[in-house]
Design a binder for this molecule. Structure first.
Ligand code: HEC
Length: 427
């Protein structure tokens, strides 16, 4: 089993730079990710912008999300933030910090309490602005500098083992594992890791982790409705007609009916993440999450698809609602001929999660491509692209007018007649 260690170091760049509060200064990570993201954008921007309550003050920001040049706008905001942070109201009394707690007659009244997390971020920012080393810092590479990761202390083997079993299998290391690591040190870990990755608890964790991304274990509507009415109307509700007459006691029979349908629904919701489990457990290429030409079904869910009878002998225990096996579906047959699925091969066009009924149900679309949600999540889940972040959506008419020469605005008597523009000297 291939194991990938992902080690994440969060490095906080303090980002000193040569000039103070100038708009050509590089954007510091602290400003962008903390001061701006947590305070400026969320709170101050509301009033401190053109058109806002505080537009007359010395502290006027702009919204990078509405700007055509986001880094530039952010850099300007940083410069403005840096400048007000250096203003004092008396000896060592920050004007900005007094304003935000409502003192000095702040037009925005009390925005934060002293010692709220946001106040502390601003206090930190003010401190940084006022304790900068004077003069430009030489931008030279120090050949004698210590290696970048110097000074990082790795966990000792025993604690690493504890991390491994806790994160991957939700348990503490066993005596035997501790002994193995005490004896063999780090070298003993890969073998123990392979064992941990074979435990049921690891697969629970795996499914849980991927469900946090794909969110297929919950959607509107009853789970079996992931199977379309057109193709599965006679089978998807099988639990309602299932013969339980062998249970004589009426109450018991009713309870058994509830359990049957609950188990069916749970098994139905579990199919997509069981596909991932199957791929990992069998050490198959992970790309199968989008290429697998099968789905995972159980004795219960296969009844929903109407294929239980033909599959029955393949299950170890045909009574087990949660025994999942891979199955390639035939092309879907509709209630009417026109709803029959076209298929060159005679099979359903499987493509892992992309064609998975539950996944499609979870992220629906319509013939008019409603909300474009499905294509958005496809991009996000499988290509790592957040389409909503691809381009700034400019909805600020003033910004558009400032950036582009709009002929109508330059010769308003012309409306939309190009000849008229030419006459009025608009190129
Ligand atoms: C509800 C609107 C509102 C909000 C939110 C707001 N302010 Fe203000 N702020 C004002 C107004 C109005 C003024 C102008 C009057 C004054 O000087 O107090 C002002 C002035 C200021 C000034 C003085 C600027 C100068 O001209 O010297 C500072 C500094 C300031 N605000 C900081 C902040 C910070 C930092 C935030 C975000 C944490 C913030 N404000 C949030 C309305 C607001």
């Amino acid at each position: 089993m291939k194991v990938i260690f992902l080690v994440c170091f969060s490095l906080i760049g303090l980002g000193w730079s040569a000039k103070h509060g100038r708009a050509d200064e590089a954007i510091s990570a602290f400003f962008e990710q903390t001061v701006w993201a947590k305070v400026g954008e969320r709170t101050c921007l509301k009033c401190h912008k053109v058109g806002g309550e505080a537009e007359e003050s010395k502290f006027v920001l702009a919204d990078p999300k509405r700007s055509l040049d986001q880094p530039e706008t952010l850099r300007n905001n940083q410069a403005v933030f840096a400048k007000v942070a250096r203003l004092e109201a008396g000896v060592h009394q920050s004007r900005m910090l007094l304003k935000v707690v409502g003192k000095l007659n702040h037009g925005g009244k009390e925005v934060f309490k002293v010692d709220s997390p946001e106040y502390r971020i601003l206090a930190d920012w003010v401190k940084r602005q006022n304790t900068r080393p004077p003069g430009p810092r030489p931008n030279v590479v120090n050949k004698n500098a210590r290696p970048f990761f110097d000074g990082i202390v790795m966990l000792d083997d025993r604690r690493l083992l504890r991390r491994v079993t806790l994160s991957l299998a939700g348990r503490l290391p066993s005596e035997a594992e501790i002994a193995a690591v005490a004896k063999g040190g780090f070298k003993a870990i890969p073998k123990l890791l392979d064992q941990v990755l074979g435990e049921d608890a690891f697969y629970d964790r795996l499914r849980e982790g991927f469900n946090d991304i794909f969110l297929t274990e919950g959607y509107d509507d009853v789970p079996e409705n992931a199977l379309s009415y057109e193709h599965f109307s006679t089978t998807r509700g099988w639990t309602q007609n299932h013969d339980l007459s062998h249970i004589k006691d009426e109450k018991e029979r009713r309870q058994a009916g509830y359990k049957l349908s609950n188990d069916y629904r749970k098994a139905m919701l579990g199919e997509p993440m069981k596909l991932i489990e199957h791929i990992v457990k069998n050490d198959r290429p992970f790309t199968e999450i989008v290429t697998a030409d099968y789905i995972m079904v159980t004795p219960y869910t296969s009844r929903g698809y109407g294929i239980f009878t033909e599959l029955k002998s393949r299950f170890k225990n045909p009574e087990d609602p949660f025994e999942y096996i891979p199955v390639k579906l035939k092309a879907l047959v509709g209630r009417n001929r026109v709803e029959d699925q076209d298929s060159a091969t005679g099979f359903y066009a499987h493509a892992g999660l992309l064609s998975n009924f539950q996944y499609l149900k979870r992220f629906p679309t319509t013939e008019t491509n409603r909300n474009r949600q499905r294509s958005r999540v496809y991009f996000q889940h499988f290509l790592g692209i957040d389409v909503l972040e691809l381009a700034a959506r400019v909805s600020d008419a003033a910004a558009v007018t400032a950036k582009y020469e709009n002929p109508t605005m330059q010769a308003s008597e012309c409306k939309v007649d190009p000849k008229c523009w030419t006459k009025n000297g608009v190129s």
